[in-house]
Design a protein around this ligand. Structure first.
Ligand SMILES: [Zn+2]
Length: 260
């Protein structure tokens, strides 16, 4: 495969427009350093790299806060390259959007509904998010009891406390609680936007974002793929802890695509 010799060239020939050449160095470095245990993710990338078309975001769109997106209508990935270069985990935005393309090209959803294994993946994510969130809501409710919170303030107290406890739990387990973190994104969607612990896909995008059923498995797939490519072992450990079945399903889907 051509990509094994020169990933920079493979990505470069598929770019519509000019980008900072340093971006290729960032992506090449990420590609070369994928931990061996996530070889499947690397293989998936190799299989689809030539199919990818990337377009740098316009200056105007970037100034309006745009970061990145994948457009199923034209199969293109749009990225604010400078933002990806200077992100905490540089290159992560690229690999996240790349995974959206793979999901689309493999027809894992019809219109807005996940199908087949992707549907099972979605169900596992919802069930596990609900278990995790339910655990903290219960704890918050016990605290409301303990602090003798007035009945009229109880609901708000439980909501805020649950949010606080979850954030703390994620922070203590790893250092990846930041706006575009993968785990926080999955929990946003998994809670059906009830708990917005990330800053991605929130009010600006409209609460309707998570109402489309394919968005949760689609985002979770992209989020986990990004973690594997970047080798974010700490974050993966936490994802495996909260979403053990979902993580397994992700790996099954990954394998089924590369063995097709
Ligand atoms: Zn996404």
């Amino acid at each position: 495969m051509m990509i094994k010799q020169n990933i920079t060239e493979t990505i470069a020939i598929n770019i519509e427009g000019e980008v900072d050449t340093y971006y290729f160095t960032v992506l090449k470095d990420r590609y070369e350093k994928v931990p061996t245990e996530y070889q499947d993710a690397k293989t998936l990338f190799e299989m689809y790299a030539e199919k990818m078309v990337m377009v740098p975001l316009s200056k105007e769109e970037s100034e309006q806060g745009g970061i990145s997106r994948y457009e199923p209508a034209n199969k293109k990935i749009w990225i604010d390259v400078q933002k990806d270069i200077y992100a905490i985990e540089s290159g992560g935005i690229f690999f996240h959007e790349f995974a959206h393309m793979v999901v689309d090209l493999n027809h894992m959803y019809e219109k807005v509904v996940p199908v087949g294994r992707f549907k099972e993946f979605s169900e596992a994510l919802i069930a596990e998010a609900s278990d995790y969130i339910g655990k903290w809501e219960k704890r918050a409710s016990e605290l409301a009891e303990k602090y003798r919170v007035a009945p009229e303030r109880r609901e708000e107290f439980i909501y805020n406390k649950t949010m606080e406890l979850m954030k703390k739990d994620i922070l203590e387990s790893n250092s990846y609680f930041f706006p575009y973190g993968s785990l926080s994104d999955i929990l946003d969607g998994g809670s059906h936007d009830k708990y917005q612990i990330s800053q991605g896909h929130c009010p600006e995008d409209g609460h309707a974002y998570w109402e489309l059923p394919y968005h949760l498995p689609d985002e979770a797939f992209a989020d986990i793929f990004r973690c594997q490519i970047l080798g974010l072992k700490e974050e993966i450990t936490k994802i495996k802890k909260i979403f053990s079945k979902s993580y397994e399903m992700y790996n099954t889907i990954l394998k089924s695509i590369i063995n097709k």
